[in-house]
Each structure stands twice: as structure tokens, then as C-alpha cells.
Design a protein around this ligand. Structure first.
Ligand SMILES: O=C(O)CCC(=O)C(=O)O
Length: 260
């Protein structure tokens, strides 16, 4: 299959740094993905296979994120590494793309939001990368959909704070636009596109799949990325109890799990 991006889609991508494609997955593909995410969310915690990250919500300890899924789910592996998702990613990058990382953010009721940030500082092994997010549940401003500040993705890294996020004062000056999604919609965005999301203030989950691809010319760096991330989180986890660290940048505003 060869993907062709329309002129209008290219223009929007170039102009804003993100591109929403409604109905990107078929209803069958969407249903399959919803079932797979349900299955994955029931996997037990593991130290050396998939990576579950938990947060404290008003309803108790809930999953905030699961990542490193590829080797443990054949359906997910095929969806992420063959067909339209990597093809679209390659078309937008402008050359063949390879998966760099994959994660599900669950954002269950009461789940934390994300401070204004660009993804690029968290992805140290590559330069040319984009993310495809796919809605598992409807995403709205109330349950924590993404907000973007358009037209800034060609400016490299913006003013960053000590957590690797966009300086809060500077973030307040930006023009943030919500990007609501329906299940099966895709949203591609540049790793330099400033984005943020509020907490989930509703009683329903807002689960989203995030897939990051890099130009194959930069190599397949996924295993190196995850080895480094596991090492780094193990070190941080031992020294910080105040901030819940689920990434190499401190963008997640979820509450650390309260241990009794
Ligand atoms: O899932 C969200 O609400 C935001 C996710 C995000 O920006 C990230 O994981 O870097």
C-alpha cells in the first residue's frame, strides 16, 4: 500500500506541526485495538518485560502508562510495524520510518495531566522523529485531550525549565488549541510541537496510544532507547519521591503512588 498525503494535509502539517486524520482506523481495527488495550492493561507488573507506570488517583492506584509492548502482543506488533501507521509516518518524515517507542497513556478518571512540553528533549538518540497518537476512547478537553500551540515546531527547542518542559511563564503566552478526538482517529505531531493536556475530570477513561517513529536512516534505536530509559528511571526512582517520573523529562503531573 502506498500512502498519499493530500496537498491540504501537507500544508496543515507544515504550517501547524500536527495533523489530525479522523476515522484513520476502520471500525474493526478500532474495536481490535480497544480489546488489545484492555488485555494489556490486565498484564501484571513486570521488571524486565513491558513497563507499567502507576499513579495515585482519587479511586486508588491506577495505571498511568504502559510501554515497550511490541514483543508481547502480535496484534500490536503488526499494527505498529506494518501498514498505514508506519507508512503515514514515513510520508510525513519524508523517508522510510522505523518505530522508536510505543506507549499507552490511560488517563483514568482523576488521572494526571501533562505540563506544556516538546517531546524532543526526551528522545535523545534521534533527531528526525514524529509521533502518531490514536484515540482508544473519545478525548475531550474535559477528560484530558491534547492541546497544541501551533506554528512553533520549526523553532527547535523553546525556553525549557529544569524539568525539560516549556518554561511555565513562556507557556502562558502561547495560543493553545484543543484537539478533541474520536476512537480510531489519528493525530500525527512533530516532536518539536509544543503540547500539553489537562487531568481527566470525568468518570470515564481517556486512553490513547502514542507511537513515535524516526527516520530509518538514523537507525533502529528502540532497544537502546528503552535500555537507557530503564536505567535512568531506576536511578531517579531511588532518589525522588515527590514527582512521578515516567519519562526522561518531568512533564507528568500525576500523583506518585501512596505506599502504606
Ligand atoms: O496523554 C496525554 O495526555 C499527554 C501525553 C504526552 O504529551 C506525553 O506522553 O508526552
Amino acid at each position: 500500500m502506498t500512502i498519499s498525503i493530500t496537498r491540504a494535509q501537507q500544508d496543515q502539517w507544515q504550517q501547524t506541526g500536527y495533523l489530525k486524520l479522523p476515522g484513520f482506523l476502520t471500525p474493526d481495527e478500532t474495536r481490535n485495538l480497544q480489546e488489545w488495550v484492555e488485555e494489556i492493561s490486565e498484564w501484571p507488573a513486570s521488571d524486565d518485560q513491558w513497563m507499567h507506570h502507576f499513579e495515585q488517583t482519587p479511586a486508588g492506584i491506577r495505571l498511568a502508562r504502559t510501554e515497550y509492548l511490541l514483543d508481547f502482543h502480535t496484534g500490536i506488533r503488526s499494527l505498529l510495524t506494518t501498514g498505514k501507521i508506519p507508512e503515514y509516518a514515513g510520508s510525513l518524515i519524508g523517508e522510510p520510518a522505523v518505530l522508536y517507542k510505543e506507549k499507552i497513556n490511560y488517563k483514568y478518571p482523576g488521572g494526571g495531566g501533562y505540563a506544556p512540553h516538546q517531546d524532543a528533549p526526551a528522545y535523545e538518540f534521534i533527531h528526525n522523529h514524529i509521533t502518531c497518537s490514536i484515540a482508544i476512547d473519545a478525548a475531550t478537553p474535559e477528560n484530558g485531550c491534547l492541546f497544541f500551540a501551533p506554528d512553533l515546531h520549526r523553532q527547535g527547542l523553546l525556553h525549557l525549565d529544569e524539568h525539560g518542559c516549556i518554561e511555565p511563564e513562556f507557556a502562558l503566552t502561547l495560543n493553545w488549541e484543543p484537539v478533541p478526538m474520536q476512537p480510531g482517529d489519528a493525530l500525527f505531531f512533530s516532536s518539536y510541537a509544543p503540547h500539553k493536556s489537562p487531568p481527566n475530570k470525568t468518570e470515564q477513561p481517556r486512553r490513547t496510544l502514542y507511537l513515535t517513529y524516526n527516520a530509518l536512516a538514523e537507525g533502529d534505536r528502540r532497544e537502546a532507547y528503552y535500555a537507557d530509559k530503564r536505567r535512568s528511571l531506576a536511578e531517579i526512582g531511588q532518589t525522588s519521591a515527590e514527582k512521578l517520573q515516567i519519562s526522561k523529562i518531568g512533564h507528568f503531573n500525576g500523583k506518585p503512588v501512596e505506599r502504606s
